[in-house]
Structures are given as C-alpha cells and as structure tokens.
Ligand binder design. Structure first.
Ligand code: FES
Ligand code: FES
Length: 160
C-alpha cells in the first residue's frame, strides 16, 4: 500500500507516492536519487545513513519514509554542488580513507557545530559516537572537526 509523502529535502519540496514499509534511506537514495547517505548495517549501528530530520540526526535506515511526512530533511548533499566548510575540513585533514562513513559523519558534525560551535574533544567524540569508521582511527576526523570550528571563527572575524 502506498502513501503520499511530502518532505522538504535540502530546501526543496518533494512529494511522492511511497510504499508504507519503505525506509527513509531507500526513499532518499532510490526515490529522490540522493545517494550521498550510505547503507551499511540497516540496524541503527553504523551511522552511514545519518541525515538530519527537523534538525536532529537520525539513522535513516530505521525511520520509515511515511514517518517523516511533513519534515525537513537534510542530507550530506544539502542542495549544493560546492563543498561546504565541514567537507573542506575533512579533505584538508585527510579525514577519510574509503569514505563510506564520511557522509553520515559530516551530517553529525553539522548538527554538532550548529548547536555547539566550539566543541571540546570529548564533545566532538560524543557527537560522532553513532558513526562508525573502520579505516581512520578517528584521529583525523577529530582534527577535521577542530579545523572546521576554527575556520568558522576565522571567517566570522574577517567579516566583522
Ligand atoms: Fe543505518 Fe547503519 S545503515 S545505521
Ligand atoms: Fe572508511 Fe570511515 S573512511 S569507514
């Protein structure tokens, strides 16, 4: 059985007929062709599918698309072809190897810096505790979070 699902995805209104059992991640990837969020475990463990739902991080493998009806959804793409400041910091800090975890990690960092522009190391670790990385050992990811926060400080100083 299908339902009409209306979402604001990366600032754009999207209305679709979606099967009642379709996870949000599958609707995003296959219905809306937003393939940035990845599918790893499908059991809320790895965080590869992390997106923002009304500003809060969720594992989109464990939310049905119909449950998200009417919500604002932000994926790693965020409607922009340019890299954002967090994505640039990940590149500069070499915070990825295979890159599988990276989209979900970046979405979690967006949520962190929106709420806490100057996270401590422990706060940064806590923010990405739901995002597993099998490659990097997390050191460069934490470095990228620090760099992104510092770059925001510098750009806000230069515009004052
Ligand atoms: Fe959703 Fe792993 S695919 S948490
Ligand atoms: Fe490979 Fe994180 S870079 S899983």
């Amino acid at each position: 059985m299908t339902h009409t699902v209306s979402l604001h995805v990366n600032g754009k209104h999207q209305q679709s007929e979606v099967d009642a059992g379709t996870p949000l991640i599958d609707h995003l990837r296959h219905g809306l062709r937003l393939t940035g969020a990845h599918v790893g475990c499908r059991s809320a463990s790895c965080g590869a599918c992390t997106v923002l739902l009304d500003g809060r991080t969720v594992k989109s493998c464990c939310v049905l698309a119909v449950e998200a009806d009417g919500a604002e959804v932000e994926t790693v793409e965020n409607g922009d072809d340019e890299l954002d400041d967090i994505q640039r910091a990940f590149v500069e800090a070499q915070a990825m190897q295979c890159g599988f975890c990276t989209p979900g990690m970046i979405v979690s960092v967006r949520a962190l810096l929106a709420e806490n522009p100057h996270p401590s190391d422990d706060e940064a670790r806590a923010a990405i505790r739901g995002n597993l990385c099998r490659c990097t050992g997390y050191t460069n990811i934490l470095k990228a979070i620090t760099m992104a926060a510092e770059n925001r400080d510098e750009s806000s100083l230069s515009t004052e």
